[in-house]
Write a protein that binds this ligand. Structure first.
Ligand SMILES: Cc1cc2nc3c(=O)[nH]c(=O)nc-3n(C[C@H](O)[C@H](O)[C@H](O)COP(=O)(O)O)c2cc1C
Length: 360
């Protein structure tokens, strides 16, 4: 198979993802707080992917400025990622609708039905994270246009289950009802093809875009990524079983230790009645926002947070966003072409192999 039929096959595999996003590829650049701003988002969308602005803790005015600036850099589709816990969520939704953002990704907890409805009534497509089959079904009933499943290999806040297992649980259960994008640990085109063949409509990747030329991440932050191996990207530990804290995957450094210390301090204040549980959890989230900013923007890679997924081991150099995306597509096409070549050369009798149970 030459490149053209392989690309045609790939386009068939991710057709539903492309249709939902309105893009040449169904590769989403996952929103990364402080990293996914106008330059990187526009670069991803201009290169055939789907960029997503990370709203993070921005207020409505800052978000509006970021969206407007991104619209000035690209006429291609892009999205906005809103954190459902944000105290000004409704106002942020208003900003997205007023500025006619085509797609909103709701992250950081189960979104409410009214938030989803308001976005959809305002003309935006809505994507949400589904951490389990039951929640995926619930989100579909609430009317979401697409789902993202993100495994524990990912960078940033993570769930406990590996991408490979989530994909096996969720894709067969709901993949035929809405387009599902798989995230976490994806670093090459072969992996993209595998998830598409399992029923995914597309993928979302974050870690691989951190070292894009267009990423504003500090050179020291990028250097840490280029140096790191997969095993350096570790999840935080929960210091108290009675105080659940969402784990974060990041490169191990002094900031990881500082987080354990922050957890202990916050828990003591909650126990002493100085803070309620929710305020304690918010304080922990503020710790992350501040620590990530220090690392990404100021280059403090010692005490800041180096949020990174295990695919950081596949990041070897700084590259233009277009090269990163083109390489992923070329790898995906090559994987498809190799399978077709193998099938063409396989003897006809080998078409239906009999798999024997292992003899115990
Ligand atoms: C530095 C960093 C910051 C992130 N910030 C956010 C965020 O603000 N909101 C969000 O929904 N996901 C966030 N993520 C997750 C990404 O959007 C994406 O789903 C994830 O990186 C995919 O897994 P991968 O890192 O293995 O590619 C972040 C990831 C990283 C590495």
């Amino acid at each position: 198979m030459t490149t053209a039929p392989a690309r045609a096959h790939l386009d068939l595999l991710w057709a539903r993802g492309r249709a939902l996003l309105g893009t040449p590829t169904a590769i989403m650049g996952g929103a990364m707080s402080w990293v996914s701003e106008r330059t990187l988002v526009a670069a991803i969308s201009n290169s055939g992917g789907f960029g997503v602005i990370a709203c993070g803790s921005m207020g409505p005015d800052l978000l509006a400025a970021e969206i407007t600036a991104t619209q000035a850099l690209t006429d291609k589709p892009f999205g906005v990622n809103l954190i459902t816990l944000h105290p000004e969520l409704d106002a942020l939704i208003d900003v997205c609708l007023r500025l006619q953002v085509g797609h909103v990704v709701l992250a950081g907890g189960l979104p409410s039905g009214p938030s989803i409805r308001r976005l959809k009534d305002g003309g935006a497509k809505v994507l949400c994270f589904a951490p389990a089959v039951a929640l995926a079904r619930k989100l579909i009933r609430l009317g979401v246009d697409g789902l993202i499943i993100e495994g524990a290999e990912a960078g940033g806040h993570i769930g406990p289950v590996a991408t490979s297992v989530l994909a096996q649980e969720i894709l067969p259960a709901v993949g035929q009802h809405v387009p599902v994008f798989v995230a976490g640990g994806i670093g090459r085109g072969e992996a993209i093809v595998s998830y598409l063949e399992m029923g995914a409509a597309g993928v979302q990747m974050g870690t691989l875009f951190v070292c894009a030329h267009e990423s504003i991440a500090h050179p020291a932050f990028k250097a840490a990524f280029i140096r790191a191996n997969a095993r350096d990207a570790v999840p935080t530990v929960q210091v108290d079983p009675g105080f659940p804290v969402i784990p974060v995957r990041a490169l191990r450094n002094k900031g990881t230790e500082a987080f354990a210390e922050t957890q202990r301090r916050v828990i003591e204040r909650v126990r002493a009645g100085e803070l309620d549980q929710k305020a304690g959890q918010l304080e922990i989230e503020h710790f992350w926002a501040g620590a990530l900013r220090r690392a990404v923007i100021d280059g403090d890679v010692e005490t800041g947070s180096l949020m990174a997924g295990q695919s950081v081991g596949l990041v070897k150099e700084e590259q233009p966003t277009r090269v990163i995306l083109d390489t992923l597509v070329a790898q995906a096409e090559a994987a498809i072409a190799a399978r077709a070549a193998e099938a063409a050369h396989a003897p006809a009798t080998a078409a239906a192999p009999v798999v024997a149970d292992p003899v115990s």
